[in-house]
Design a protein around this ligand. Structure first.
Ligand code: UDP
Ligand code: MG
Length: 317
């Protein structure tokens, strides 16, 4: 198999057929059409995505190679990507959304680049121009600044999961068995030569995005906790600084009392300090808790996804 297209789907009943047709249309001219497989991962959709995918699988036998992995519940896009990558057999593997925001033609351009440039192991698309609100862009900019300061690996702004990788890179990605998967980080962490290609993101064909601000915020915190322990060191530094300041203040107070005979009216100061230190301590405990929660869940060693059924094609059986 030359190319596998991994497509995570969650509530995309109106899009999967359109996506299939778009892929088929884009492959018309390609001599490697027979060497392409589509790996749909139905991430526990609550609509009819499962039925549509099963129908599609039945109807299109012999047209394009197609696999359908059906999750037992919604495990999230990261798990869907992992499942898709594990079932993909292509030399090149593309991750692409089901909502047609990312055009299959661009995926085939990525394949051409890899074909002609043996020095690259991966072609990743990034949004040259963001099509979203200013506030969200601001927060995303902040996220990239913070995580790039803290983490050892580089996170490229605007780069999505939309990318085509060579087999060896996919094997490396699959060799990271962690439960909390933050693909942006994993792709950077495994290394390899990546070519960044600008692309224009399209409007969603049907349905709505699964992301809202709160989900994105939690995802961002998860990413930071997964890829850097800097917040833990910051807690140490914060503790050291506040202890030093406290010691300094103590000296000042003693000098004031002994040499200048000043009284010590301190009620508001004490209350403010107690509240401030209480806040800092709770925050640091919270940071510790974030890491502990991750360790706890990773320690359980649960599978990243559970498949209800997997449909494949003839040669695979
Ligand atoms: N997706 C998924 N599981 C989820 C959420 C999303 O498989 O729990 C899929 C979704 O069907 C789509 C892709 O991930 O193919 C990107 O999702 P979405 O379009 O909502 O994100 P956006 O493009 O707005 O970032
Ligand atoms: Mg989308």
């Amino acid at each position: 198999m030359k190319l596998s297209l991994v497509i995570p789907c969650y509530n995309e009943e109106k899009n999967v057929r359109l996506m299939y047709d778009a892929i088929l249309a884009s492959l018309q001219e390609k001599e490697y059409k027979e060497q392409v497989e589509i790996v749909f991962v139905n991430d526990g959709s609550r609509d009819c995505t499962r039925q549509v995918l099963h129908e599609l699988h039945r109807e299109k036998q012999g047209e394009l190679h197609m696999k359908v992995i059906d999750f037992s519940r919604n495990f999230g896009k990261e798990s869907a990507i992992y499942a898709g990558l594990s079932h993909a057999t292509g030399d090149y593997i593309t991750i692409i959304d089901a909502d047609l925001q990312q055009r299959p033609e661009i995926a085939l351009e990525m394949v051409d680049i890899l074909d002609t440039h043996p020095e690259y192991d991966c072609v990743a698309a990034y949004q040259a121009e963001r099509k979203e609100g200013k506030v969200l862009t601001f927060f995303k900019d902040c996220f990239y600044k913070i995580i790039n300061k803290m983490a050892d690996i580089t996170f490229i702004q605007g780069a999505s999961d939309f990318r085509t990788m060579r087999r060896k890179m996919v094997d490396a990605v699959l060799s990271l068995p962690e439960y909390h998967r933050f693909s942006k980080g994993i792709f950077s962490w495994v290394g390899f030569e990546t070519y960044y290609m600008p692309y224009e993101v399209q409007e969603r064909a049907n349905g709505t995005t699964k992301w809202n601000f709160w989900k994105l915020f939690k995802y961002a915190i998860g990413g930071i906790v997964s890829f850097t322990t800097a917040p833990l060191h910051m807690a140490t530094i914060l503790g050291a600084i506040s202890s030093a300041l406290a010691a300094l203040y103590l000296i000042v107070v003693v000098i004031q009392k002994l040499f200048f005979g000043m009284g010590l009216p301190g009620y508001p100061t004490i209350v403010a300090l107690i509240l401030f230190m209480g806040g800092v301590q709770l925050m640091v405990l919270g940071v510790l808790g974030e890491y502990m929660a991750k360790v706890y869940v990773e320690g359980k060693n649960r599978p990243i996804y559970i498949a209800r059924d997997v449909l494949t094609y003839e040669e695979e059986k």
